[in-house]
Design a protein around this ligand. Sequence first.
Ligand code: NDP
Length: 253
Amino acid sequence: MHELVTYPILVGGWTALALVVFVTLFFVSAPYGRHRRDGWGPTIDATTGWVLMELPAVVLMVVYYGTGNRRGDLVALAFLLMWQVHYVHRTLVFPFRLRGRGRRAPVAVVLMAFLFNLGNTYFNGRWLFALSPLYPADWLTRPVFLLGAGLWLVGFSINIQADNALLRLRRPGDEGYRIPRGGMYRFISCPNYFGEIVEWCGWAIATWSLGGLSFALWTFANLVPRAVAHHRWYRQTFDEYPPTRRAVIPFVL
Ligand code: NDP
């Protein structure tokens, strides 16, 4: 069957899986970071795990760009740049800034995230660089792209700032948790997750694609249940936790 026929079927099934994951994660938190617990098999150094599981997103996107039929096209280049700005940071910068002695993550979590990145990069990269109808030359000046790219940038900035604030809470070797304060932490427990969700919603709009929409839904499915679990954990752990702070969407959730 031609890839143009299989693509919408696969992306539909892939997106339906996000719904299953969303519901499941309310009952079973992914066992890494503060939710790490025994019974999830062998573990791996957390920094190595982050690099391995995110690497397909960096490498495969370049492969899809290089083997596609849009090389040199400005719109394709803009999409590649947006993607790589996020994923080069997530893969090759963020993991090396993590603090905490001997931090480990289950191999099972790394493997699931690795598989997610294989699928997600396929659905975005193949579509944008080979399968989609050619984006018009003026796409980068159209309101849909400008709105999406603007949202993407706002989300990316919130995500980076919020992650930086968390990383600053620990001195090298320190592995405890403190209450994060300031910035968007005044309103929500997990502005890094909020920023990531906004970022990929922006991507979905800027690319106006099913792959982009699927990624935004997957991000929501992965991060909203985790933010709810983090929020509950903060409230149970710190008596003085700010009572008006919500989990992940300011004033709402
Ligand atoms: P967390 O917010 O759980 O943790 C981020 C880092 O900060 C970890 O090193 C954590 O340590 C540390 N930390 C968190 N809270 C505190 C605190 N109160 N005091 C001291 N240190 C703290 O984020 P994740 O690890 O789940 O995710 C990291 C990044 O990856 C985020 O930007 C997230 O948006 C992104 N991500 C994206 C996904 C997607 O589907 N697109 C899925 C998962 C993550 P420790 O690990 O020891 O808890």
